[in-house]
Structure formats: structure tokens, C-alpha cells
Design a protein around this ligand. Structure first.
Ligand SMILES: Cc1ncc(COP(=O)(O)O)c(C=O)c1O
Length: 482
């Protein structure tokens, strides 16, 4: 072996040893290439070769203009959430979370709170300057948009084209004719629910499931049937199969790519099974794919809708997690329910703001968009891992964590008997907000769980907040034991 090869491998092994011994910690920046070269008396190209090798082994990552960083690691095996998946769903229940949820969300919105609650991206990660420029440009060049008839021209064709183009790599790309542009993903889901359900109907949801979905069911007088959901592989198709044989279910509402709060990802085979099962029983599926583009792995997972041949899946999404939640811009590709959904949209709010539609179209068609998505995905992955590491450092033994494969939130299970609602009240006093676990269940499950938002770049402020939460959780755990 030539000397140079030996030297770069030696350096790679030495750095790998420091990573294994946690001298260099996940997320930490490595010394600069120049510094390593001068300290180790190696050439810059030998050091670069060593770092590239570590990159190939998945131990470090290069960040443009910032250097090399130790790749975040998954939480320790012992701390992984266990699947407690009973095969049967519970009974359908009326949802009653609105009152408490509104209080929790209002407290989460307070600017003096450390924002570990609402699943929102930090402004630093969003392309706000570009969007501002585009608003100016579109306002100047497309002034007639302000004169439009908001109940007939519902979609801006340029934006529909972008959403359809974005889906080209999926197994079954979206058809422009089935798309309705909406004011957010929440509106898209509300329209779908109204299109296919009547008050009193039962809707199957994941367990745990995103609180806003439960809130929609409550608003529309629908019952929730919580279907067991695996922390990594998503909703149990077997349990859904049994539940839909046992009772009439009007619709199924789920997130197949990176469920909120678990970050679970349904394997393709399960997506295929679910799409076929529900089409066979003529039960419409409302899929929320808001996190689909925020995958940590190399490939964008296909949505459930790509496995549906019957037009039975309504795919809802928005730009809230990728461009800005303030745009309030989303869409639904409603398949065979397109006409009903369009009717609901027309009656509910007319066309979505056409200026904003065009601003989004201009950004999505630019080369800045894929670059922005890549940066954002890396940032979310890093932040989720930094949050996981901090929880493992500071929370009492027995705490378990989700292992999100995408998205922006972390689910934490405290030792049995530790009350996350009591933790929430204590944390408020310390200026820290999060969302307690029982708000992700219609039946009051997950009282010892909480969801943490990882949308902000890591800083000492977050480290200290997690440390304080951990100390408070320990106090509660001790009180529960005694
Ligand atoms: C799964 C999921 N769907 C929808 C939303 C809300 O999206 P929008 O702001 O587009 O209504 C969120 C936001 O947290 C979410 O996590």
C-alpha cells in the first residue's frame, strides 16, 4: 500500500475513534482541513481524502461553506420507543380536545416561551427574502390578478403545473385536473372530510395522530376510531382491516410519510396493501403528505396515493413546512372526489389568493427550490438528532424516544405514571412550551408522552430548556414512585 493511502486511512481511523469515544460529538464541527493538515503534518488533499472517506462511511457530513460535521446518530437502542400495537382498534369516540388545545397552542405562541411546541420551522431556515422579492415582482407584473373573480378562477395554472411537476418521480404522478389549490393543508383536509362524511360518522385515524386532525373531527361532529400505529412503520393495516370489517367507517385520515407526532414511515408494501384494502371497501382515504419532502434518507418516499389505482386517495399537502406557514398555501389532489371537493372549496372560501399562488409558482419553478429543500432536510435531520441527544442526556432513565425518519418533531415517552400534563404546567413556569401527549388521542391515551418541535437551529437556549424539562420530569417521576 502506498504511504499516502496509509496516511489518509490512519487519519480517518483516528477521527472515527474520536467519534466512537464521543470526544467528537454528533453535530459537532470537526477542526478545519487546514488545521488538521498543519497539526498532523499532512497535505490538505490527504486530509480531504480522509474526510471524504468518513463521509462515505456515513460518519461525517460536509456542509457548504461551514466545513465537516460529525453526523447526528440515532438514539441509543435502549431508548427506542417500543411498538405497543394491540391488533384491535379501540371504540369510536367523540373528540373533545378543542378547549384544552386552544390554551396549549396560545401558550406555545407566546414570544417569551422556548418554542418546543408548535411544529413550526424557524424563520432562519425559510427563504423569506426571496419570497419578499417575488411578491414585489408578481405585484408589478401581474396586477390584473387583483381584479380577478375569486369564485371562478380557482387555480393558477402555473402553480398547478409546479405541484404536478414536483410529483413526477412518484409512482403515479398527480394529474393537474384533480388538483384544487387551498388555503393550507388544514383547509384541504377539512374540504375532503366535508366532501365524504356526515356528522355522526366515524373516521379512522392513526394513534397517536396529529391534534389538528382530531380538532377537525370535533368541529365536524365526527367520531374518531384510533387505529394502532407502529412508531417506525406507521398505521397497522391489519388493525384497519379488522376495524373496517367490524363497523362502518366513512373515511380514513392519515399521514403515511412521517406521521406527526411519531415521524413513522409506512413501508411501500403496506401502503400498497392499505390503498387496495380501502379501495376494495370503497372507504375514501385522506392522506396528509405535508412532510413527504422532508425525508432524512436519500429518497423521497412515494405517498400512499401513488399506490392507489382507484382515485380513492385524496392527497393533501401545503408549503407550510417547506416555504412558510404564513403563505397559507396548500392543495388537494382529490381523485374521484374532485368535483365534491371543488364544490366545498368554492362554497367555503372561493379561490385561494392568486398573488400568493403565483409567488409560490415562481419559487417552485426556480433552481433555488431544490437547493433550499436539500438544506432544509439536512437542518431538520440535524436538529431532530440534536434534540434526541439532548433528551437522552438530560431526561430520567426509562425515557423513550421516537426515531423520526423525516419531518420536524420528536415524540418522547416518559416512564409510566409520569404525567406530561403536570410537566406542561411546571414547564410553563420555567418559560418552556411543548405539547402534552394526550392531545394526540381522542381517547385520552399518551398521558406520559410529549411532543417536541425541532424546527429551530440548536443553541444553548434549547440545551438549557431540555435540561430543565428533564429535571422537572425527574421530580415528577420520583413523586409518582413515592
Ligand atoms: C401533519 C400536519 N398536517 C398539517 C399541518 C398544518 O399545515 P397547514 O399550516 O398547511 O395547515 C401540520 C402542522 O403542524 C402538520 O403537522
Amino acid at each position: 500500500m502506498d504511504q499516502r493511502a496509509l496516511r489518509y486511512e490512519q487519519l480517518a481511523d483516528e477521527l472515527a475513534g474520536m467519534i466512537a469515544a464521543r470526544v467528537l460529538r454528533p453535530g459537532e464541527r470537526l477542526p478545519s482541513v487546514r488545521r488538521l493538515a498543519s497539526e498532523k503534518k499532512l497535505s490538505v488533499s490527504t486530509v480531504l481524502q480522509a474526510l471524504r472517506q468518513l463521509e462515505e462511511r456515513g460518519q461525517v457530513e460536509a456542509r457548504p461553506q461551514s466545513g465537516f460535521f460529525v453526523r447526528p446518530t440515532v438514539p441509543h437502542q435502549r431508548a427506542q420507543l417500543e411498538a405497543h400495537t394491540p391488533q384491535r382498534a379501540a371504540r369510536p369516540v367523540a373528540v373533545d380536545i378543542n378547549g384544552r388545545l386552544m390554551r396549549v397552542l396560545a401558550l406555545n405562541n407566546r414570544s417569551d416561551m422556548v418554542p418546543l411546541g408548535a411544529a413550526l420551522p424557524s424563520a432562519e431556515l425559510l427563504p423569506l427574502a426571496q419570497l419578499q422579492r417575488l411578491y414585489g415582482q408578481v405585484g408589478r407584473r401581474s396586477a390584473p390578478l387583483l381584479e380577478g373573480n375569486s369564485h371562478t378562477a380557482m387555480n393558477q395554472p402555473d402553480l398547478v403545473r409546479q405541484f404536478a411537476r414536483h410529483s413526477l418521480g412518484w409512482g403515479r404522478p398527480l394529474e393537474p385536473e384533480e388538483i384544487v389549490i387551498t388555503n393550507s393543508c388544514t383547509e384541504a383536509m377539512a374540504l375532503c372530510l366535508r366532501a365524504v362524511t356526515q356528522p355522526g360518522d366515524t373516521v379512522a385515524v392513526e394513534s397517536p395522530s396529529y391534534y389538528l386532525m382530531l380538532q377537525l373531527l370535533e368541529q365536524l361532529g365526527l367520531k374518531a376510531l384510533e387505529i394502532p400505529t407502529h412508531p417506525r412503520h406507521g398505521i397497522s393495516v391489519d388493525a384497519l382491516d379488522i376495524a373496517t370489517r367490524e363497523r362502518r367507517i366513512a373515511a380514513c385520515l392519515l399521514v403515511s410519510n412521517f406521521n406527526n407526532p411519531l415521524g413513522s414511515l409506512m413501508p411501500d408494501e403496506e401502503k400498497k396493501r392499505l390503498a387496495k384494502l380501502m379501495a376494495g371497501r370503497a372507504i375514501p382515504v385522506i392522506e396528509d403528505d405535508i412532510y413527504g419532502d422532508l425525508h432524512f434518507g436519500p429518497d423521497r418516499p412515494w405517498p400512499l396515493k401513488s399506490f392507489d389505482r382507484a382515485g380513492n386517495v385524496m392527497l393533501c399537502s401545503s408549503l407550510s413546512k417547506t416555504l412558510s406557514p404564513s403563505l397559507r398555501l396548500g392543495y388537494v389532489a382529490a381523485g374521484r372526489f374532485h368535483a365534491q371537493v371543488l364544490m366545498q372549496k368554492t362554497m367555503t372560501s372561493g379561490a385561494t389568493n392568486p398573488v400568493t399562488q403565483l409567488v409560490a409558482a415562481r419559487f417552485l419553478e426556480s433552481t433555488a427550490y431544490p437547493r433550499h429543500l436539500l438544506r432544509l432536510r439536512r437542518a431538520y435531520e440535524r436538529q431532530v438528532m440534536q434534540m434526541s441527544e439532548a433528551v437522552l442526556r438530560h431526561f430520567p432513565p426509562g425515557t423513550r424516544l421516537s426515531q423520526p425518519q423525516g419531518g420536524v418533531v420528536l415524540w418522547v415517552e416518559l416512564a409510566p405514571g409520569t404525567d406530561a400534563e403536570a410537566l406542561f404546567e411546571l414547564a410553563l413556569g420555567a418559560g418552556i412550551a411543548f405539547v402534552p401527549g394526550d392531545l394526540f388521542s381522542a381517547g385520552g391515551q399518551y398521558r406520559n408522552c410529549l411532543r417536541l418541535n425541532c424546527g429551530h437551529p440548536w443553541s444553548e437556549r434549547f440545551e438549557q430548556a431540555v435540561k430543565r424539562l428533564g429535571a422537572l420530569a425527574l421530580t415528577l417521576a420520583k413523586a409518582a414512585r413515592s
